[in-house]
Design a binder for this molecule. Structure first.
Ligand SMILES: NC(=O)c1ccc[n+]([C@@H]2O[C@H](COP(=O)([O-])OP(=O)(O)OC[C@H]3O[C@@H](n4cnc5c(N)ncnc54)[C@H](OP(=O)(O)O)[C@@H]3O)[C@@H](O)[C@H]2O)c1
Length: 282
C-alpha cells in the first residue's frame, strides 16, 4: 500500500519518516511545500497522477497560532482551502484521506473529556481555519479520517519540550501556565497510530481524537520535562492572564479517546512514558 505524506518536512511528517522501517508493508512517500504545495491544485493532481497513493496523510498546515491572528488570509488558505484541495485531489484516485486536525476547534470552557460528538466553537483564527478544513475534507472526500490531536511534541522541529530544554541552558527559573489543561501528544506515537489505522483497512470513516493518556497543565508538562532530565529548574505557576498571547487558547482541551481505541484496538501510551522516550532521542 502506498501512503503519500503531505507536509513531510514538518514535525509530524518527520515522525512518519522516523518509523517507516517499522511498517515494511507500507510504502511511505513524502511531499513537502516545494514539490507538493497544497495551495496549488494542479500540482496536487500531478503528484496524485504520478504516485497513485492508496492513502494520503495531510500533515501540511499553517500552525503558527499567534501569527495566524495577523496573517488570517494565509491561515485560511492553507488550513481550509489547502485541505479542500487535498480532499478534492483524493476523490478521482479513490484515495483515502487522513487529515490531521486539532483540539483548538473546541472553545475549552467545559471541563469534561471532549468526545467527537461534542459541539465545536473555536476561539482563535487558527482554530476556525482548522475547523473549516475539517468541514471541507468531509464534504469533498467520502473516504476520510479526521484525527484531532493536541500539544504535539517530538525530537523534531520546534515544540514545547524543545523550548523548555533550550531555556534551561540560560535560565534557572521559569513561569509556566498552569490553568490550561489538556494532554500532550508525542508525535511519534500519533504517527504510529495513524499507520495502524491504515493497516487496519477500516472503513469506519469519520472524526477521531488522539493524544497521549493523562490530563495535565503546561506547568505539569514542564515539571515532567525537567524532572526527567534531572534539571533543577524553579517553576512558577502562571494564570493565562499573566502570560498574554495574541491568540486565545482553550482553557480545557482534554479529549476522550475511547472511539479511536475501540475502533482500532490502539493502546495509547501515558504522556510521561512517551516523554521519557522523546527526551532520550534528543
Ligand atoms: N504542533 C501542535 O502542537 C499541534 C497540535 C494539534 C494539532 N496539530 C496539527 O498537526 C498537524 C501537524 O503539525 P506539525 O506540528 O507537524 O506542524 P508543522 O511542523 O508546522 O508542519 C506543517 C508543515 O506544513 C507545511 N506547509 C505549510 N504550507 C504548506 C503548503 N501550502 N503546502 C504544503 N505544505 C505546507 C509547513 O512548511 P513550512 O514550515 O515551510 O511552512 C510544515 O512543514 C497540523 O495539521 C496541525 O494543525 C498540531
Amino acid at each position: 500500500m502506498k501512503v503519500l505524506i503531505i507536509g513531510g518536512d514538518g514535525q509530524l511528517g518527520q515522525c512518519f519518516n522516523s518509523i517507516a522501517g517499522k511498517w515494511p508493508a507500507l510504502e511511505l512517500v513524502f511531499g513537502d511545500k516545494a514539490d507538493c504545495d497544497i495551495l496549488d491544485y494542479e500540482v496536487l493532481q500531478k503528484v496524485f497522477a504520478h504516485q497513485k497513493p492508496d492513502f494520503v496523510i495531510n500533515c501540511a498546515a499553517y500552525t503558527a497560532v499567534d501569527k495566524a491572528e495577523d496573517e488570517e488570509e494565509m491561515a485560511w488558505a492553507i488550513n481550509a482551502t489547502g485541505a479542500e484541495n487535498v480532499a478534492k485531489a483524493c476523490e478521482p484516485f479513490n484515495t483515502t484521506l487522513i487529515h490531521i486536525s486539532t483540539d483548538f476547534v473546541f472553545e475549552g470552557n467545559m471541563p469534561v473529556l471532549l468526545n467527537e460528538e461534542m459541539p465545536t466553537l473555536p476561539i482563535s483564527v487558527y482554530g476556525k481555519t482548522k475547523l473549516e478544513g475539517e468541514h471541507l475534507v468531509a464534504k469533498n472526500c467520502e473516504k476520510h479520517f479526521i484525527i484531532r490531536t493536541s500539544w504535539l511534541y517530538s525530537e523534531f522541529a520546534n515544540n514545547f519540550m524543545k523550548t523548555m530544554l533550550k531555556l534551561s541552558e540560560t535560565r534557572s527559573a521559569l513561569g509556566i501556565i498552569a490553568d490550561q489543561i489538556g494532554s500532550p501528544t508525542y508525535a511519534v506515537d500519533l504517527a504510529d497510530a495513524v499507520l495502524q489505522i491504515i493497516d487496519s483497512d477500516s472503513k469506519n470513516y469519520g472524526t477521531y481524537h488522539y493524544s497521549n493518556e493523562g490530563v495535565i497543565s503546561w506547568f505539569d508538562f514542564a515539571h515532567g520535562i525537567f524532572e526527567i532530565v534531572g534539571e533543577n529548574m524553579i517553576l512558577h505557576p502562571l494564570k493565562t492572564f499573566e502570560y498574554p498571547t495574541k491568540a486565545k487558547r482553550p482553557a480545557w482541551s482534554a479529549m476522550d479517546k475511547a472511539k479511536i481505541k475501540k475502533e482500532f484496538g490502539l493502546e495509547i501510551p501515558y504522556w510521561r512514558d512517551s516523554l521519557k522516550i522523546a527526551i532520550s532521542k534528543i
